[in-house]
Every structure is written in structure tokens, then in C-alpha cells.
Ligand binder design. Structure first.
Ligand code: F3S
Length: 394
């Protein structure tokens, strides 16, 4: 890989130990994937934030970085944390867990990272432009930024994203290159998709089939950005899809080559089978929406459905701190809380320790959450659309 003079100096330790260590990591990555050079990134999103995932070793690593004066060079956001940073007591998060999670947040803040913990940074003030190179980590955010926005990122690991944030560059390989953004399989959708859970089910099914290929969808007549985020999140979870194209809907769909691609169809039956496969539980003891983190439109939709009603069991709507503040201001939080639910900021059902909080069956409308909850949180899952999930709780 070609390094310029300034980059050589970093490698020689002229900008301190932390820079040298993190830059070396990027060079190693670039060498493995045959990158030709480093490219500047416009923003970073760092994963490995929940204390549940990183534990004491992760916390010690971050505090060591702070002690060595690590600081970020570009706009950097965080993936969801393990709890609502402000309302954790009210929601019943364990105090020991909270103490460590707050230390993690403090370490990130001292590095200059915006402690907005969300998998939808693009809804919360970190919006890349078309073709901008970025280094993001969380798989649904990576999928959305590549596919719906047309920005360019590989799916970074926690350390490589942190290195990109501190050094301001990433190696030029993978999805940063136009030649690697071409579709490798065509998916013909022969069913009307109505709800976000339909998009999640489609994503789950397709992800399982295509694994890490780049699908090109035809037959999706319309989709909101919320539905596209549900589709991409599920495909990234059940497969490893970091980029997809949708005919007439996503920005690179008209630009890529689609002739001669292997093709398969998804219809009503496949969707129905996927709902059955993902929904193994019964009678959820909690329903959690907001995977990926809910937009203001999704929060308002749920508020509209529970207004004036009384929920029998807890309902959470997970979102970023920014969306929660907008929801507070619009009165949606109040409506949801009066019905007995919560708008939960900074965290989500998968990275928070819900299994330690007495829940064993969770209702979700997200294909991604349905994929991860059994393994990560020992949950039985009920996968359905918002109306069906709320019907059981009202
Ligand atoms: Fe986001 Fe958590 Fe889902 S990180 S995509 S809400 S599993």
C-alpha cells in the first residue's frame, strides 16, 4: 500500500504511541485486503459500546486509550449502549451494570466522540452524502448508508472504526471501490409488502439465501426509509449483506450492471414461512419496537395506536437520544408513558441485559431483533407486525 510522507511519519511514531498503534492496525488491514492507499473518511460510527458486549477488557482498553490522550479527528458517533443513559434506574437496569456502562460512555466522551448511541446515526445528525467515504460499524447502519444513501463503507469492527476515527482515514478496499458495489444476485419480489415487519421478513429470508452477496431487488413498488432500514437490518443479520440495490428506489440501482445475474423469487409462501420460523414464542412478557432505532415517524405511529389505552405488559420503543427528545417535545413520549410504555433512549433489546431483568419472551416487529434475541438474550421471540403485537398487550 502506498503511504505518503505524513503517513510514514505516523508509522515511525512521530505522532505518538496511540496514533502509531492504531494506524498500524489500519495498514495491516489494508495489506490483507490489497488496498492501494488510505482515504480520508467523513465520519465514523464505533461499535463495541454496550458493557454487556465489551465487559471489563473493553472498558480497560478504552480507559487506557484515554490515559494516552487518544482523540478523534472526524465526527464520530457510537453504536447503542447497554442501557438508557438517563433513565436506567426508572427502567430497572442493574446498578452495577450502569456504573460500568457510564464509565464506558465517559471514556468515549473524553476521546471527543459524540456520545449519541444509535444504530441510526443518519437520523440523528450524522448524515453522510452520496459517495462519501465513511467508516461505520453497526451492520444495519452500514447497510443503510451504503444502500439507501449511497455513501461508501465497509463493515468495520470496533477497533478498526476507532482507528479510523483517531487517524481520520481508512484503507481503500471493498465497498469503497465502485467495482465491488455491483450486484451479484437478482431477487424478484412477488408479494406486496405492507408493514416494516414484512420488509424484515423479506430481509431475513434473502439474507439467509444470499449470505454476503449484493442483491438487486425488483418488484418492490414503494418503500419508506423506515421500511428500507428494516429490510437492510434483517439481511445484514441473517446473512452478511452490507449493500443492496432496489430497482427505482435506491441511488445506485440505475448505475449498476444487472444483465445475466442469477435470479430467485420471493413470494407469499416464503414470507409466511419466515414469519413462522421467526415466531417461536407465545404471549410476550414485553414488546420492544425500534430495531433499528425508531424514527420520529415510527414513534408517532405507535403513540397514535396506544393513545388513551392501557397496556397490560411493558412496551418499549427504542430510539436515539435525539429522537427521544423530539418525541418528548411532540408529546409522543407522554402518550406512550400514560398507556404504560416507555420510549427508551441510547439502547436496544439486543445489547441491553433484558434477560437479567426478568424477561423471557419478547415481541418484536424486526427481522434483525428476531434473529439475535434467542442467542444474545435467551429470549423466545414473537415476530409480528405492530398491530398484532399491540393487540396482545391492550
Ligand atoms: Fe440497532 Fe440494536 Fe437492532 S443496534 S439494528 S436496535 S439490534
Amino acid at each position: 500500500m502506498h503511504l505518503n510522507k505524513d503517513e510514514e511519519k505516523i508509522l515511525n511514531g512521530e505522532q505518538g504511541e496511540v496514533m502509531e498503534r492504531l494506524f498500524r492496525l489500519l495498514v495491516r488491514l489494508g495489506d490483507i485486503y490489497n488496498a492501494d492507499k488510505m482515504i480520508p473518511v467523513g465520519s465514523v460510527q464505533v461499535a463495541g459500546v454496550s458493557y454487556k458486549s465489551i465487559g471489563d477488557p473493553g472498558l480497560e482498553f478504552l480507559e487506557d486509550m484515554v490515559n494516552k490522550d487518544a482523540g478523534v479527528k472526524v465526527l464520530t458517533y457510537l453504536n447503542p449502549a447497554g442501557m438508557d443513559i438517563e433513565d436506567w434506574k426508572k427502567l430497572g437496569f442493574p446498578a452495577d451494570f450502569a456504573k460500568n456502562q457510564l464509565r464506558v460512555m465517559d471514556a468515549f466522551k473524553q476521546m471527543g466522540i459524540v456520545i449519541t448511541s444509535t444504530c441510526t446515526p443518519y437520523l440523528a445528525g450524522n448524515l453522510p452524502r452520496f459517495r462519501e467515504h465513511i467508516a461505520w460499524s453497526e451492520s444495519s447502519a452500514v447497510s443503510f448508508s451504503n444502500s439507501v444513501i449511497g455513501a461508501r463503507t465497509n463493515r468495520e469492527g470496533g477497533p478498526s472504526a476507532l482507528a479510523a476515527a483517531v487517524c481520520g482515514v481508512t484503507p481503500n478496499y471493498g465497498l469503497h471501490l465502485w467495482s465491488n458495489r455491483q450486484p451479484s444476485v437478482k431477487v424478484k419480489v412477488d408479494v406486496d409488502l405492507k408493514t416494516s415487519s414484512d420488509f424484515g421478513a423479506l430481509g431475513y429470508f434473502v439474507g439467509k439465501q444470499v449470505k454476503n452477496k449484493i442483491p438487486y431487488f425488483t418488484g418492490i413498488k414503494d418503500a419508506s426509509t423506515d421500511q428500507l432500514k428494516a429490510l437492510g437490518a434483517a439481511m445484514a443479520a441473517s446473512g452478511a449483506v452490507a449493500l443492496y440495490h432496489v430497482e427505482n428506489l435506491t441511488p445506485e440501482a440505475d448505475l449498476v450492471e444487472t444483465k445475466g445475474l442469477e435470479t430467485f423469487s420471493v413470494g407469499k409462501n416464503e414470507l409466511k414461512e419466515t414469519y413462522n420460523r421467526l415466531s417461536q414464542g407465545k404471549n410476550p412478557d414485553i414488546v420492544i419496537f425500534g430495531c433499528p432505532h425508531a424514527s420520529l415517524r415510527e414513534i408517532s405511529e405507535i403513540a397514535g395506536k396506544v393513545k388513551g389505552k392501557h397496556l397490560k405488559k411493558p412496551v418499549w420503543v427504542c430510539t436515539s437520544r435525539m429522537m427521544k427528545e423530539a418525541s418528548d417535545r411532540m408529546g409522543f413520549t407522554d402518550i406512550i408513558e400514560k398507556a404504560g410504555g416507555y420510549v427508551v433512549g441510547d439502547t436496544c433489546m439486543v445489547v441491553s441485559p433484558i434477560e437479567e431483568m426478568g424477561y423471557s419472551t419478547t415481541g418484536v416487529n424486526s427481522g434483525k431483533a428476531a434473529n439475535y434475541l434467542p442467542g444474545f438474550c435467551k429470549q423466545n421471540v414473537v415476530f409480528a407486525n405492530i398491530d398484532d403485537l399491540l393487540e396482545g398487550q391492550l
